[in-house]
Design a protein around this ligand. Sequence first.
Ligand SMILES: NC(=O)c1ccc[n+]([C@@H]2O[C@H](COP(=O)([O-])OP(=O)(O)OC[C@H]3O[C@@H](n4cnc5c(N)ncnc54)[C@H](OP(=O)(O)O)[C@@H]3O)[C@@H](O)[C@H]2O)c1
Length: 247
Amino acid sequence: MSYVAVVTGASRGIGEACATLLAERGMRVVVNYRWSRDEADAVVTAIRTAGGEAFAAQADVTVPDDVDRLVGDVRDRWGGVDVLVHNALAPFAMTSFQDITWEQLGGKLDQEMHAAFLVTKAVIPDMIERRRGRLVYLSTGLARQPRPGMIALGTAKAALGQFVRFVAQELGQHGITANVVAPSTVDQTWATEKLDTALIEQIAAATPLGRLARPIDVARTVAFFAGDEAAFTTGSFAPVNGGQAMD
Ligand SMILES: NC(=O)c1ccc[n+]([C@@H]2O[C@H](COP(=O)([O-])OP(=O)(O)OC[C@H]3O[C@@H](n4cnc5c(N)ncnc54)[C@H](OP(=O)(O)O)[C@@H]3O)[C@@H](O)[C@H]2O)c1
């Protein structure tokens, strides 16, 4: 029986690319969304047309009852979650430290951590029972390399990164891996729509591989951690950044 993967925030962007690739690789995929039902349905239709299995599932990943309902539906339909790709991106303020309010910074931290906490708590009982699970979390290079205006996102994702290490450390004994995938700026997403062209060109020029990341670049790394190949890698932070920053 093929693995069941839940991809949070899969109605567009990186989440859509992850859901599509995991389905191409034979997983049954749950396309989670919060509001964008038509977009999520379109992702599901594309997966099914290509011969894959998927369904769309509405849930706000910051709301406990929604997350419980989502995971309960998956259990009823397909018998439990094997792979979690936690990708959903809650909105955040793009502003300097001097201008940001505590409500903006603390609010983003709370949303990011609450969502990661809820979805992880909800999927691990099935994984523990099966003695196998894959947890993959989307972060960003900004968790390690600051850029002006990105303090809310970068700080929240840095907290997420340490949370994932604790989860990896504790759940390894159950055959569960937890890894972080951290792209630089990704083309064909909100980022390239919101950031100004000069900055985009600057980012591409500062990247040894000479371009921005694409959703499929990120999805391929996510698929690696979601599959059997990465069985002995956990607690890692995998940049998908064309060499823009190197450890
Ligand atoms: N784009 C980049 O350049 C970039 C770079 C580095 C890292 N990342 C990371 O990659 C991930 C995806 O980014 P993206 O650019 O593809 O995002 P995006 O295009 O803004 O898509 C966000 C997705 O998350 C969903 N979502 C938002 N809030 C949600 C909630 N509370 N509950 C459930 N779903 C929710 C959205 O669905 P609705 O429309 O229904 O709300 C949408 O499907 C994020 O974690 C982000 O930090 C992105």
